[in-house]
Design a protein around this ligand. Sequence first.
Ligand code: C2E
Ligand code: MG
Ligand code: MG
Length: 669
Amino acid sequence: MFKSHRYIWITSILGLFAVVVLLLVFRHLAFQGLIDHEAKANITLSRVFSNTLWPKYSMFVQRASRIPRGELPNHYTVRQLRDDIRKQMARSRVSKVKIYNLDGLTVFSSDPGQVGEDKSDNAGFVGAKNGAPVSGITFRDRFDAFEGEIVDRNLVSSYIPIRASEDAPVEAVFEVYSDVTDLVTGLQRLQWEIAGWVVGSLSLLYALVFLIVHRAERTIQRQEKARLKNEAKIHYQAYYDSLTDLPNRTSFSERLQEAIKRARRAERMLAVLYIDIDEFKLVNDSFGHSTGDQVLRIVAKRLTSCVRESDMLFRMGGDEFTVIIEGLEFVGSPGGLANRIIDAMAEPMVVNGHDFIVTASIGIAVFPKDDATVEKLVKDADTAMYLAKEAGRNQYQYYSPSMKEQAAERLAFETGLKQALRNNEFLLYYQPRVTTDDEDIVAVEALLRWEHPQWGLVRPNVFIPLLERMGLINDVGKWVLRGACRQVKLWHEDGMSGLRVSVNISPRQFRTGLLVETVKDALSESGLDPVHLELELTEGVLIDNIDETVKIMRELKQLGVSISIDDFGTGYSSLKYLKVLPIDFLKIDRTFVMDLANNEKDAAIIKTISALAHSLKIRLVAEGVEQPQQVEFLKTQDCHEFQGFLFSRPVPPQDIPVIVAQRRVRRAG
Ligand code: C2E
Ligand code: MG
Ligand code: MG
């Protein structure tokens, strides 16, 4: 990531460096200016000296080398020269003056101790002797000046050639020291002030920039974090299932594609397991989606614990899961995992206080034995899974090519079903329901049949679940209701007054929100009195979203129709709801009736259901009665009505008047 702090630091340091350099340049230029200025003044001074005093002393100075050195400082002319110079230099910044002859001999110095010294190799002297003035600045902590000893001074010293006129030869060298301590101090103060200001304003500027950049960086970091989080979220949503946290269908396709490539390269096998929870719809329909979701979560956890780390588990949506097993040792090994899964599912689970036993059907397809592309492998595994279901659920099946034909048949079946309503292939059969006491026909149950041109009469258990899955149950259900009402009305008109009809309502149909309207329409269209219509609901609809269920049931009751609970005892019956719901009949499921003679438990169950129904004032109907002994037992249990092959199988509508007539004749006889 771009680290602006680092760049700020670097530019700050560079900036500071630039400021120091600028200050040094400024100092250098300022000092140079000072020196130039003082040098000019010194040159002017020396000119004044040349014009005034030099003619008087020139001879003495030029010949001074001849005078013994020891005598020179106290020489009369030197003393005179000192007085003259002192007078001339009074009230100027000059603190010291020295005069050298061309031999480099110090003929005069305002510091008498220096008179007589040899300066012939002094660079300043040499320069001036050659005609060019030389100036420089020095600092002296101790200095002998006109006024005596002075300390800590900044001095500009200038070596200036002395000539009689502008273009005359150099006759001597004049050295002037001017005291620039005050100027230098002022200059230094100014320099520090400037440095202070520059550093201060730069610091302020940097602090500001730093602050702005810091904030900007924090914002960028925040945005970056949010972006990454968002990306992760989008990725999660695209590739994972939020309910179970398992990778989803998209992940599955991608991973299977990669796995197939690897298997192909390594010439190894892989397997796809397609897992579908059996009758999960029942859990959802009966207990609501939140319970269904929790069941799925538990299922996902159990599946996770079954698979090895190298296996990949996915949720494809709904109650469908898949596993990819790579590096398969032999074709049969996925069966081991399938068995483990089936065993793991068998453990009972408790969700929201309800006990569940979940089972799963599993289809297995193997690469490259079965197929070699993602789509085909998945289809194979799916086909095998469907056949595992058809073979009785709670088991696994390996895919085999013959399954393809079965799958094609199923597809043809589904296509046929789609067209059945339009092609008028549906029929209604009716099965009489009679009183237990004297076998009076009190009602008929309308039972749907599909008359297929090739397959003949198809039973509803086969196609009703398909109609539900294909979303056709509402249209077909509507057709059944209208047909049944119209038929019974016709029978009433034919003298069979009082005959009731019961119509099966699927849970999906119940939940559409259109049921009340459909029932109303069927009644008004046929002119049937609502007391002659009974709706059969399964236990499943009772529990899911109880408030909504109660509302719909009350509306139905207000229409005047009766309500019965079909197949009672097989679903997730929650007895407490029976109290609050407006139920007229309980239809004991035929599985309890069928085995009555051999199974004491069934008898006990019927006894319990009977006691319950009586205490709640709900009428009891037995289904699937095939033997007279069953009727005898039902009589002892005060079961009001029964329905079954013993009295009559479901028959086409034209047979009902015949059965009724026969019954009348029997009674009359
Ligand atoms: P159901 O409502 O419990 O209907 C009774 C089933 O038991 C009928 O099967 C009937 O033929 C069968 N049955 C009656 N007496 C006996 C007997 O003594 N022994 C035996 N073994 N069976 C007997 P069917 O007609 O095959 O219907 C099966 C199920 O399909 C029905 O069970 C019902 O749940 C559903 N169904 C039928 N028609 C419709 C419909 O129009 N709409 C909806 N949603 N479901 C329907
Ligand atoms: Mg029924
Ligand atoms: Mg039933």
